[in-house]
Design a binder for this molecule. Structure first.
Ligand code: KIV
Ligand code: ZN
Length: 390
């Protein structure tokens, strides 16, 4: 039994450098990809999908260099169901200590129409290409693209063929972000129950976020037996993006009471990874993004700030240090109360008595009504002004 098949261990497969980079405008240079891969490896990502080697010389080079560099992660490359693609992928990943070939084909009616293959012809192609990949590498992942819109009988049939041909991981992509949590779970459960040989492989979930359900769909799939989550840092990915690594990892950590699964991720590196990917891709993280947004650990309202000063657990379900942030930030604005102002002033080196606080608080509120956010420098100026007028 591999680690991924241990009851509670969920393998994290990061595809920031492949599916993430497919976001229009997110192209990254070789140096940037090496930097991201180095950090993913260091933070405990189990599998790094480093690129699509046949797509370009640049992708080939990036996958080969990452394969040579990786210390512990499995390095995976993507290939279509085509011998040339698979050979090129193997040429790039074979340098890794632990290489993987990931080959895929669209199995839904809409996708079958593109190469103009009927069901039997496609089944033959799957058998031939997965066998070919397995002859090159003992770690082969196979994906029926658009699985969530594929007829169930046909999906069972092709998954069985891929397993017989030697696939070791079966990934079930929700390519267009169409599924919903219950359906995502039912699909994985159905495959595990019906497909002969299913207990010999790891099932993976690969969700897109078109309806905003990628995280929920991935976690539902895990509850039904999937043991690999495919995801990206900051949820970077085509259209509305992919499942966000930081969300699934922190969800399983914070709510381990109801989702008793573990990953190998060092969560204290999450912020660093988020900032690096945002900078390199040029895709800023939205302020209110779960886990890594600028406001995820920031509090402005007086009631919240007061609660936080007394006991952080009143308004925070995880500690900022858990994701690599130094501290919660109490943002000073028009909703802030006296307790937060006093604490902020103390932080800036001003110990104020009750009378002075009353005076400063009135002037602080006037300022906060004019400005969205009151910065430390504004408070220092306010205090200097107060000293002059005292
Ligand atoms: O979304 C998808 O179907 C994919 C496959 C290539 C796995 O990214
Ligand atoms: Zn995808």
């Amino acid at each position: 039994m591999t680690d991924a098949k241990a009851q509670d261990r969920v393998v994290i497969f990061d595809t920031t450098l492949r599916d993430g980079e497919q976001s229009p405008g997110a192209t990254m240079s070789l140096e940037e990809k090496l930097q991201i891969a180095g950090l993913l490896d260091e933070m405990g990502v189990d599998i790094i999908e480093a690129g699509f080697p046949i797509a370009s010389e640049g992708d080939f080079e990036a996958v080969s260099r990452i394969a040579q560099m990786a210390q512990s992660a499995v390095i995976c490359g993507l290939a279509r169901a085509d011998f040339r693609d698979i050979d090129r992928c193997w040429e790039a990943v074979k340098h890794a200590k632990r290489p993987r070939i990931h080959t895929f084909i669209g199995t839904s009616p809409l996708h079958r129409a593109i190469p103009n293959l009927d069901m039997d012809q496609m089944a033959e192609r799957i058998h031939a290409t997965v066998s070919h990949a397995r002859n090159l590498c003992d770690n082969v992942q196979w994906s029926p693209m658009d699985a969530t819109r594929t007829e169930h009988d046909y999906l069972c049939r092709v998954v069985e063929i891929a397993i017989k041909a030697g696939a070791t991981t079966i990934n079930i992509p929700d390519t267009v972000g169409y599924t919903a949590p219950r359906e995502s779970a039912d699909l994985i459960r159905m495959l595990i129950e019906k497909v002969p040989g299913a207990d010999e492989v790891v099932f993976a979930t690969h969700c897109h976020n078109d309806l905003g359900m990628a995280t929920a769909n991935a976690l539902a799939a895990v509850e039904a037996g999937a043991r690999q989550i495919e995801c990206t840092i900051n949820g970077l990915g085509e259209r509305a993006g992919n499942t966000a690594l930081e969300e699934v990892v922190m969800a399983m950590k914070v709510r381990n009471d109801i989702m008793p699964y573990r990953t190998g991720i060092d969560t204290s590196k999450i912020m660093q990874a988020s900032r690096l990917v945002a900078t390199v891709s040029g895709f800023p993280v939205q302020f209110n993004k779960a886990i890594v947004g600028k406001n995820a650990f920031a509090h402005e309202s007086g009631i919240h700030q007061d609660g936080m000063l007394k006991n952080a657990e009143t308004f925070e379900i995880m500690r900022p240090e858990d994701v690599g942030l130094n501290a919660t930030s109490l943002v000073m604005g028009k909703h802030s109360g006296r307790a937060a102002l006093r604490s902020k002033l103390a932080e800036l080196g001003y110990a104020v008595g009750d009378n002075q606080l009353r005076d400063v608080f009135v002037r602080f509120k006037e300022l906060a009504d004019r400005k969205k956010e009151v910065y430390d420098d504004d408070l220092i100026a306010l205090m200097q002004d107060t000293d002059t007028h005292a």
